[in-house]
Design a protein around this ligand. Structure first.
Ligand SMILES: C[S@@+](CC[C@H](N)C(=O)[O-])C[C@H]1O[C@@H](n2cnc3c(N)ncnc32)[C@H](O)[C@@H]1O
Length: 212
């Protein structure tokens, strides 16, 4: 471990993209993860049948493809060229572009939802708060948000030894408070316990909210 609590060698997603894709051929390791995303997709579609969604930190594209199969129009955004190369190879019919969580190149005014699964974990906590507030200021009222992170039973936000890049896990109440303060009203959350069968060392949270 480094002095700051991060692991010493974090090669980043470009270096580990192919390994990541073969380790996680499906974006859903557990049944709950899939159902949480499905519930989000169904709710977005019920509120806007032609809904368009941004998948922030889409990685190798599995969630974007899944949401597309559920009738959403999805645009995947990720800073890793190598993760996107795999996404484009696997899902050539979908739209993927290089970009950061700040979504500078995306007009959020016409967007019905934003998904950020295990991508905001790679932003320092204050940047997550600022990013969520920025999204809320640019999204229409009622737009949906799905944020998933590794969670913590201890209050606050804690850096952990992620093997790819620096990462932070959030206590569910801390994440909920950040989402609320940013300008979203929570709809629901699903929190799972650590599970050795799934190689999940930590609890995980999927939190869904709507822009005020
Ligand atoms: C654990 S993967 C999750 C991939 C996908 N969202 C899923 O649920 O399967 C994390 C992704 O977040 C991306 N990421 C890292 N830093 C980011 C940032 N600052 N903004 C947006 N995405 C980021 C990585 O490139 C990587 O593809």
């Amino acid at each position: 471990m480094g002095d700051n609590g991060s692991v010493d060698a974090q090669p980043g997603y470009d270096a580990l993209a192919e390994q990541y894709a073969s380790t996680f051929p499906s974006p859903f390791v557990t049944v709950l993860e899939r159902h949480a995303v499905d519930a989000f997709a169904e709710q977005v579609r019920a509120s806007a049948p032609d809904a368009s969604v941004i998948d922030v930190g889409c990685g190798t594209g599995g969630v974007a493809a899944h949401l597309t199969e559920h009738g959403l129009s999805v645009r995947g955004v990720d800073p890793s060229e190598e993760m996107l190369a795999i996404a484009r190879r696997q899902y050539p019919h979908l739209s993927f572009e290089v970009g950061d969580a700040d979504l500078d190149a995306v007009d959020l005014a016409e967007v019905h939802g934003v998904v950020a699964r295990f991508s905001l974990i790679h932003l320092p906590p204050d940047r997550v708060r600022a990013t969520l507030a920025d999204w809320a200021s640019r999204l229409p009222t009622g737009a949906w948000l799905l944020v998933a992170t590794q969670a913590s039973d201890d209050p606050g936000v804690h850096e952990f030894d992620h093997h790819v890049a620096r990462a932070w896990r959030w206590h569910p109440e801390t994440l909920a408070a950040a989402v609320d303060a940013a300008g979203f009203a929570e709809e629901w959350r699903a929190v799972s316990r650590p599970d050795v069968d799934y190689h999940h060392r930590f609890p995980e949270i999927h939190l869904v909210a709507r822009c005020r």
